[in-house]
Every structure is written in structure tokens, then in C-alpha cells.
Ligand binder design. Structure first.
Ligand code: ATP
Ligand code: CA
Ligand code: CA
Length: 435
């Protein structure tokens, strides 16, 4: 059985929320992008822009299908971040436009966050807690500076921070970020690694039901897996990871993980069209109730068609006209099947990821997609408490709620083991035996 996010359409419980999220993004992003670019000021990092959408519309905000309020945080900073990450503005809007726009992943983690894919699977919307939201705003300057200094950062790429509120509803905060996994490749295996062993096990017997579940540290160790990056890429990777972790330590962040997606070239996208189109990505391991594979099958328009659409969108953005919802409804840009490698980024150089390389520099059979995710957990009071309670009962270094400094060290330590080639691991074992 193929696992897939649930399509969000009019019948979906979260349709209105999702629809409003996208409408808000579209209007606010095109509003900012329509202006002449300028340098950032420190006020930009604190800025927020509120819009009220209603069915009637007004001179500032076009009429919408539903009444809701929308807040756009630090719009200029995110505009610049999108530029630094080399997103095409029209492309970004187009991905987040459409009628059956999103598929929902439900709530894969323990945190209660919801995940939505843009319909071309390039972007992920993640709802976040108020604390995470406040924290991102607080560290935005450091994050921004880090991205400037580290164009190849492995940290989640944040493209927008917003809030939506429906009448009588709760305030929902969310970020838009990169989907680490490419739209055009099957991911055959996924690991979420923290460097902790406690509770970091996906039940192997459940794999049968759910062959593409996200596996964890103990599953990795059990498989005696290695990321074969070859010497050069391995050095680049670990050097970048060190810099990224240093930032996370300085900002007192913990609980993040390295997400690894593995595409097996020998299997390719063999699992028929269905599988190809459905970005299998079901981290929590549960099969969504109403999963209907056909609903996400999308007709891919011709290149010309999508070029025309892109041109129209660009013109609309330039004219500062809101993009009508459903305009590109049942269409999507012709991106499936095209490499999404954004040129110039070290860790996306091979088809959006990193091709496995053996020690002797011959290419391997896998492509790895790598990134550090879930990096908005501040080591605050709650974590300190958790640390205290858990610390009473088990080995301090194995629990996952360590203070940021130790968390980072343990993480780096584990990941450098992960990138040890099979040969290295063997040599190391022999040396140990000899000693
Ligand atoms: P928890 O705090 O319980 O770990 P969470 O709700 O904060 O959960 P994340 O850890 O951010 O969730 O993500 C959960 C899963 O969703 C990951 O293990 C991964 O499979 C998937 N995921 C998250 N972010 C991305 C991303 N940028 N690209 C691809 N997959 C992602
Ligand atoms: Ca997590
Ligand atoms: Ca989390």
C-alpha cells in the first residue's frame, strides 16, 4: 500500500484553514515582492503586517472566500532569505497557488504540528507552537546572518513566518520551509537521527505494514548503515554540520535531528506512476484515514503551458494584482521529472541531493537527501524539568533532553559515525582488536 498525504479539498476538515493560509501567503508575498528591492534594516526583523480578509474585500485586501485575519512576520527578511536560497519569486507563488493545493500529513510528530505539502511537493507548511514562533522571531537575525555566512547550511530553510486566525478560531502560527525530499524521486528509506538511543526505535515488525516509515537511531545502528560520501563530500558535510550545530548550541536549541532520505538508483522510480507522484513521506508511520492516491495524481501540463502560466503570474505580481484563487487550479508547473537541484548548492549537487561515493571515488547506487530539521526547540524550563526527571532514572548521555551544548556534541559525534565508510569502520574495529 502506498502511503500518501491526504489531499486537502473542500471536503477536508482543514480546508478553510489551508485555503486561508495560502490566500494570505499569496497576497502578502506578492505585496512585498511588488516593491523595489532594498537593503534590510533592523526594524525589518521585528516587523509584522496584519491584513483582514473578508468576503467583501477592501481597497488594500482583495475579497476572499472566507473571513479571516492574517499576519505576515518580517516580510522583507523572508523575501531576502528566499533570494539567498535562490527561489524564483514567481515560482514560489505558483507552487503555493491552486485549488487542490495541499496534501496534509496530519500530525506526524509528537508535537501536534500539522504538515502540509505544496501541491508540487517543493514546500512544506508546518504549524508551530506559539513558543516556537516567538523563538524564531527572536533568533531571526542570527539565523539570517548564518545563512549569509553559510550559503550551504544544512539547517531548515525558512521562507516565511505567518499567522492565520479565523473568526472564533485559535491563532495558528506556521512556517513555510523546504521539503528536503525531491518531488521527482522516490525516497526508499528515511531516517530521523538525533544521536540518542532512548526511545529512538521504530518497531521493525511494523515496517511490513508501513515500509516507508521514518526510521530512527536504533534502526540505523541495527542495519549497520553508512552514509558513503567519499572523502571530499564527507569533509564538506561534516564541516558544514559543525558550523550549523555551533549556531544551534549558541542559540540554546536542542531536539533537532538529521533527516536522511535515501533514493536507491537501482530501484529507481520503479514503483509505477502512482508511487512516483505521491511523495511518500509519512513520518509518523500511520496511514492517513482517507488517503486516496488518485486524488493527488495530477496532470502535468506541457512546458509551454507552464511557461505561459509563469509569465501570467509574473505579470500579475508586477501589477500588484492579487492572484485569483483557483486560477491554476488543476494544473501544476512541469516540475515533476525535472531535476530540482538548485545550482551552486553543495549538498544538492546531484539531482537535488548527494550521490553516494565510495572511498575509491567511484559512484554508489544511492542518492542521499540530508538536512537538519526541527530546529526551533529552545532549551527552556520544560526541557530542564524533563531532563531532571529522566535524569533520575537513566544514563544521562542517552536521554534526548540534554542541555544544548551536550546535545550538540552528542549529535555531531553520532553523525560523524554515520558518515564513516564501511572501510573506515572496519579499520577502526581492527585497530580496537589489535589494541
Ligand atoms: P517532534 O517534536 O515530536 O519530533 P515535530 O512535529 O516537531 O515532531 P518534525 O520533527 O519537525 O516534527 O518532523 C517530523 C517528521 O516530518 C520528520 O521525521 C520527517 O520525516 C518529516 N519532515 C519534517 N520536516 C521535513 C522537511 N523539511 N523535509 C522533509 N521531511 C520533513
Ligand atoms: Ca523532531
Ligand atoms: Ca519538534
Amino acid at each position: 500500500r502506498v502511503l500518501v498525504g491526504t489531499k486537502v479539498d473542500e471536503t477536508h476538515a482543514n480546508w478553510v484553514t489551508a485555503y486561508n493560509m495560502l490566500t494570505g501567503i499569496r497576497v502578502s508575498v506578492s505585496r512585498t515582492n511588488a516593491k523595489l528591492d532594498r537593503e534590510l534594516t533592523s526594524a525589518d526583523f521585528e516587523a509584522k503586517q496584519k491584513s483582514t480578509f473578508d468576503i467583501a474585500g477592501n481597497e488594500l485586501v482583495p475579497s476572499a472566500k472566507y473571513d479571516f485575519k492574517f499576519k505576515d512576520y518580517a516580510p522583507w527578511v523572508f523575501r531576502h532569505l528566499r533570494m539567498l536560497f535562490r527561489l524564483d519569486p514567481a515560482d514560489y507563488l505558483m507552487s503555493l497557488t491552486g485549488k487542490y493545493i495541499l496534501s496534509e500529513l496530519g500530525s506526524p510528530g509528537k508535537s501536534g504540528s500539522f504538515f502540509y505539502f505544496s501541491r508540487d511537493y517543493k514546500y512544506i507548511i508546518k504549524t508551530i507552537h506559539h513558543a516556537e514562533h516567538k523563538f524564531l522571531r527572536k533568533i531571526l537575525k542570527d539565523y539570517y546572518q548564518h545563512v549569509i555566512d553559510n550559503p550551504n547550511t544544512l539547517l531548515s530553510q525558512f521562507y516565511g513566518l505567518h499567522r492565520v486566525k479565523m473568526p472564533y478560531g485559535k491563532k495558528i502560527h506556521f512556517v513555510v520551509m523546504n521539503n528536503l525530499f525531491p518531488p521527482h524521486r522516490d525516497i526508499h528509506q528515511t531516517f530521523d537521527l538525533k544521536g540518542s538511543t532512548i526511545g529512538r526505535d521504530y518497531k521493525e515488525e511494523d515496517l511490513e505494514k508501513n515500509p516507508r516509515a521514518t526510521l530512527k537511531d536504533l534502526n540505523w545502528l541495527r542495519r549497520k548503515r553508512h552514509l558513503e560520501l567519499g572523502l571530499q563530500k564527507k569533509q564538506l558535510f561534516l564541516a558544514q554540520l559543525q558550523k550549523d550545530v555551533k549556531l544551534l548550541q549558541r542559540l540554546q536549541i536542542m531536539d533537532y535531528s538529521l533527516l536522511i532520505g535515501i533514493h536507491d538508483l537501482s530501484r529507481g522510480n520503479e514503483e509505477n506512476l502512482r508511487d512516483k507522484t505521491l511523495r511518500v513521506f509519512n513520518p509518523g508511520g500511520s496511514i492517513p484515514e482517507e488517503a486516496d492516491p488518485h486524488s493527488v495524481l495530477m496532470r502535468t501540463p506541457s512546458k509551454l503551458e507552464s511557461q505561459r502560466k509563469a509569465r501570467e503570474l509574473r505579470q500579475m505580481i508586477q501589477a500588484e494584482r492579487p492572484v485569483p484563487m483557483g486560477e491554476t487550479s488543476s494544473r501544476m508547473p512541469n516540475e515533476l521529472g525535472e531535476g530540482q537541484s538548485r545550482l551552486g548548492f553543495v549538498f544538492n549537487q546531484d539531482d537535488g541531493g548527494l550521490r553516494a561515493t565510495h572511498e575509491d571515488n567511484t559512484p554508489g547506487d544511492e542518492i542521499y537527501y540530508l538536512g537538519v530539521i526541527d530546529c526551533l526547540t529552545h532549551y527552556g524550563v520544560i526541557k530542564k524539568l524533563e531532563h531532571f526527571w529522566k535524569g533520575l532514572s537513566s544514563d544521562r548521555t542517552k536521554i534526548s533532553a540534554l542541555p544544548p551544548q551536550e546535545y550538540g556534541e552528542r549529535f555531531l559525534n553520532f553523525i560523524s559515525g554515520v558518515t564513516m565508510s564501511a572501510e573506515e569502520a572496519m579499520r577502526e574495529a581492527q585497530e580496537k582488536d589489535a589494541a
